[in-house]
Write a protein that binds this ligand. Sequence first.
Ligand code: GCO
Ligand code: MN
Ligand code: MN
Length: 391
Amino acid sequence: MADRRLDPVPADNFAFGLWTIGNVGRDAFGDPTRPPVAPAEFVRGLGRVGAAGVSFHDDDLIPPGSSAAEAERVLAEFRSALDATGVRVTMATTNLFTHPCFKDGAFTSNDRGVRRHALAKAMRGIDLGASLGAPVYVLWGGREGVECGAAKRPQDALARYAEAVNFLCGYVRDRGYPMRFAIEPKPNEPRGDTFLPTIGHALAFITTLDQPDMVGVNPEVAHETMVGLSFHQGIGQALWQGKLFHIDLNDQKIGRYDQDFRFGSEGIKENFLLVRLLETSGYTGTKHFDSRPYRNEWGDGIWEFARGSMRTYLALAAAAREFDADPAVVAALAAAGAGELAEESVGAYTPTAAAALLAEPADPEQLAARSYVNERLDQLLIDHLLGLPRA
Ligand code: GCO
Ligand code: MN
Ligand code: MN
């Protein structure tokens, strides 16, 4: 019987951001519906539900305006909760979107003073993350974008964005921190249009940087799904390019605002394909949830939400293992030619290989006369997801 363990353990490497489970439920139309959870209490809760990691924005951990003594007290409590639970800091980032000074962007604000302030705040955020052992620093664009497209020449904005990432890479190297960067794409919200809107845009941008090896991506289910893209296909490309440094798991209906729902609550098939891909890819990074309980949740319900996120991931991983071990699936995959796609078509170019290819007889009619048996394969997938008995 396949492993059907649904209760998470730290070795599963699940993590949550301070702003997620503890989200107070403020939205564009309404005030908070829940009390905040203090960082140390949050870490103890994570320990109880079996999560391995915690992440934060600088301001989630140390509220802006805190005195040095207050900051020290929060940090000491946070550290002692980490020590007591064994929860690790798996990612750090900087809030470059809440304060009104960032209303025109941070690294891409038209105001050079804002850009310089944003960089200094990011450097302090990196120091804070490094002091707590964060191996990954996320760069989410936040307000890097426009509503009035005429106001920013896109090439200038991207040049300033690259300049900022290059500068921060230099800072991390100079300090000797064992930290890598992960850019998080998002198509829109809070700006009308965001720079680096998709995984593909971010991957292309990274190739232009001074230290491309230090920078990967942190894709989020909701962000690609908002615009109708297949998240697991985007993850496939990030993996293929060796750039999946971190991941934000949540869920979302296509075409809506950024819903940040509990992982697996909306798109079961797409998330099955995602988990199957992650579990067979050798990805060893954190499985990080960037989601929030429904705004009408309260009390222990927020921890119910956390348990559900991990439970669904583990259930999908078990379903994927059972799917791949099913002899009917093995046969359907063979009939579909899935293994053949891993074979080279022609190999590297040589004049001899080119001549041989041109001389090779091919019969397009015969090539057309086959089924790829995808109907059977896909139905088997649905059968597995629905737990139907297999004939
Ligand atoms: C969002 C983003 C953020 C980032 C976070 C870390 O849409 O609000 O997903 O939650 O992930 O700010 O940089
Ligand atoms: Mn989001
Ligand atoms: Mn995110």
